[in-house]
Ligand binder design. Structure first.
Ligand code: G3H
Ligand code: 13P
Ligand code: ZN
Length: 317
């Protein structure tokens, strides 16, 4: 069942966070649905602009629609990740998305508000939720590269004003994370003090944590042992998700970790079985491993086992 992020956050707020997982292909979609059904967790399936253009956006959208029949017990939101205004409007019109992110965080405040407001107006007419962003994460975000030192943490007072001015339904905050596999390479850390301040000024308002992959070192070591060269990577401690959710984080974005699972499975497969060339052999292993990874993440996020209460909430409306 496809639901809005808003309805998921109504159940989650202050208690657990919903995993928002990026997908780019069929195998990721299958592993994600299987892992969430197995762990009885609501979830958010999200597509970036890059994912929409990797093959053809309608192919991924068709997979997501078909998943409603293939996994009738799944409850999930379909979300655009880091959208610009044009892409957000396209997703609002598509009939598949129940949620969009408009990311104009690189614009000056007034422009960010104006763009976000236009998207909110169009989305709300169709019952679609809107995530917006204020402050800037470090790392690579679509085609925008933010140097670590230039990453601006969200200013709590500005966040409070932005929510009021823009009318968005949830807010992505920069609290020290960055996209990709190399977070905290300097002296960065999760800024719970900033998060607590934001929650104080925006009580009960759903917050979003981007750049939340944990970059498991065991995964990285296996990749490197199978010929990879991922050096000096570091992610968010997954044991901190609980504290973040108590401070108002209802959505935790994870993409990089899924890419690491894919890389580990395929590197090890072809290292160990150099004569094989049927893409379905490593594909099957990946889907099973990704499902296991997702179920584990949902446990850490506290979303595992919540499906029945989420179903009761979304069906009573
Ligand atoms: O914010 C970045 C997400 O991980 C999406 O990455 O733009 O390479 O698809 P992508
Ligand atoms: P990671 O790179 O930490 O997986 O973050 C993904 C993300 O924030 C997608 O919007
Ligand atoms: Zn992001």
């Amino acid at each position: 069942m496809i639901v809005t992020t808003k309805s998921l956050f109504e159940v989650a707020y202050g208690r657990f966070a919903v995993g928002a997982y990026n997908i780019n292909n069929l195998e990721q979609a299958m592993g994600l649905f299987r892992g969430c059904v197995d762990s009885k967790a609501p979830f958010i399936i999200q597509l970036s602009k890059g994912a929409r253009s990797y093959t053809e956006k309608r192919m991924l959208e068709a997979i997501i629609r078909a998943a409603e029949d293939v996994f009738p017990e799944a409850i999930y939101a379909v979300h655009l990740d880091h959208g610009d205004e044009k892409t957000a409007m396209d997703c609002i019109a598509s009939g598949v998305y129940s949620s969009v992110m408009i990311d104009a965080s690189h614009e000056p405040y007034a422009e960010n508000v104006a763009i976000t407001r236009r998207v909110v107006e169009a989305a709300h007419k169709k019952g679609i939720s809107v995530e917006a962003e204020i402050g800037q994460l470090g790392g690579v975000e679509e085609d925008i590269k933010v140097e670590e030192g230039n990453a601006n943490l969200t200013n709590p007072a500005e966040a409070q004003k932005f929510v009021k001015d823009s009318g968005c339904d949830s807010l992505a905050c920069a609290i020290g994370t960055s996209h990709g596999a190399y977070k905290f390479s300097g002296n960065q850390a999760l800024r719970f003090d900033v998060l607590a301040e934001i929650q104080k000024l925006l009580p009960k308002f759903p917050l979003v944590m981007h750049g939340s992959s944990s970059v498991p070192q065991e995964e990285v070591e296996r990749i490197n042992a199978a010929g990879g060269a991922i050096k000096g990577s570091k992610g968010v401690d997954e044991n901190q998700f609980k504290r973040a959710s108590e401070l108002g984080v209802t959505k935790v974005n994870i993409d990089t970790d899924g890419r690491l699972v894919w890389t580990r499975v395929h590197r090890e497969f072809f290292r160990d079985q150099p004569a094989k060339f049927d893409l379905r052999d490593p594909g099957k292993i990946f889907m099973a491993e990704y499902a296991k990874f997702i179920a584990h993440k949902n446990e850490k996020l506290g979303s595992a086992g919540r499906l029945d209460e989420v179903r009761a909430h979304v069906t009573k409306k």
